[in-house]
Design a protein around this ligand. Structure first.
Ligand code: NAP
Length: 295
């Protein structure tokens, strides 16, 4: 039987509607709206489109959304000073520095300069530490989106064997840390596999929940998946680029055959992707509530 397809688009819309209600209520009560600044350095086309999408969503939700464009040759010192200015600005609750940064800038130095209370990407070591000890205020956006898809898609994480393909700092490691926590939407037994793993398929075949964040088309094929598994495909790969620069977007999972075996699956596009920006909005709402002492 073919898997139930979880639409990240629909779940994201649901969550945005919930955020909007909360923002409207808090705005009435405090006369302040959530403020999000996105700092974009240079003119990377992918970064421009991500930042534009973030700004558009923030505005739709009634946030004070600022896009601060900086030239690609801005010095590290000036960028750090800019971050510091937003750290001190009470109307700004969330600061996001769009990655990648130009090579002459130490990205970690910039990310670590963000006030952890405004670090809505959740990449500051203070927030990484809080995530590990189960006290996260900001869960990194893509892993947070994956967890919401599991919860709202009806996948039982408690007691499940969850196998994660990939160990990056932005997806694999944080989602592993989130799903081992003792609490709702977690409490899984977690295995993480990567290119150093001896027999990847041996592990993936045991997964009740399989989360794939490898950045490789068909990294997971149907023979690597257990019958009835819930499969979350995080990958975004552009294949078959035409001379006009058009490409097909595919995930890391061999979608059609895996869909026949799984009980639940997320598509690419339209799965994890739409959730990431939504969780950024949720984190900004959390930062705003934190500043208002509204937990
Ligand atoms: P990354 O930093 O390149 O990490 C990929 C990880 O997968 C690494 O740990 C790598 O192992 C492992 N890996 C690569 N090929 C593998 C294979 N065939 N079998 C097992 N493990 C393999 O990538 P990332 O930033 O985590 O992103 C992963 C994918 O998710 C990318 O396609 C990215 O575009 C996508 N993504 C999507 C969103 C979204 O919002 N939808 C957000 C973030 C990322 P080693 O550590 O051993 O090298």
């Amino acid at each position: 039987m073919a898997a139930k397809v979880i639409s990240g688009k629909e779940v994201a819309q649901q969550i945005r509607a919930e955020i909007k209600v909360e923002v409207d209520e808090l705005k009435q009560k405090h006369n302040v709206v959530p403020g999000l600044v996105t700092i974009l350095v240079g003119e990377n086309p992918a970064s421009i489109s991500y930042v534009t999408a973030k700004g558009k969503t923030a505005k739709e939700l009634g946030y004070n959304s600022i896009q601060d464009d900086q030239p690609g040759d801005i010095s590290e010192e000036d960028l750090l000073a800019l971050v510091d200015r937003y750290n001190k600005d009470d109307s700004i609750h969330g600061i996001l520095v769009q990655l990648p940064l130009p090579k002459h800038i130490d990205a970690n130095k910039v990310l670590y300069a963000i006030n952890p209370d405004k670090d809505v990407d959740g990449f500051h070591p203070v927030n990484v530490g809080k995530l590990v000890i189960g006290e996260a205020i900001f869960k990194p956006c893509t892993p947070a989106g994956i967890q919401e898809l599991l919860i709202r898609g009806g996948a039982e994480t408690k007691g499940a064997h969850t196998v994660i393909v990939g160990r990056s700092n932005i997806v694999g490691k944080p989602i592993a840390n989130m799903l081992i926590q003792k609490g709702p939407g977690a409490n899984s037994t977690v295995t993480v596999v990567h290119t150093g793993t001896k027999d990847i398929a041996y592990h993936t075949k045991q997964a009740d929940i399989l989360i794939v964040a490898a950045g490789q088309p068909k990294a997971v094929t149907a023979d690597m998946v257990k019958e009835g598994a819930a499969v979350i495909d995080v990958g975004v790969n552009r294949i078959g680029m035409t001379p006009e620069g058009k490409a097909k977007l595919v995930g890391d999972v061999d979608y059609e055959p895996v869909k026949e075996k799984a009980s639940l699956i997320t598509p690419v596009p339209g799965g994890v992707g739409p959730m990431t920006i939504t969780m950024l909005m949720k984190n900004t709402l959390a930062a705003y509530k934190y500043s208002l002492n509204e937990k």
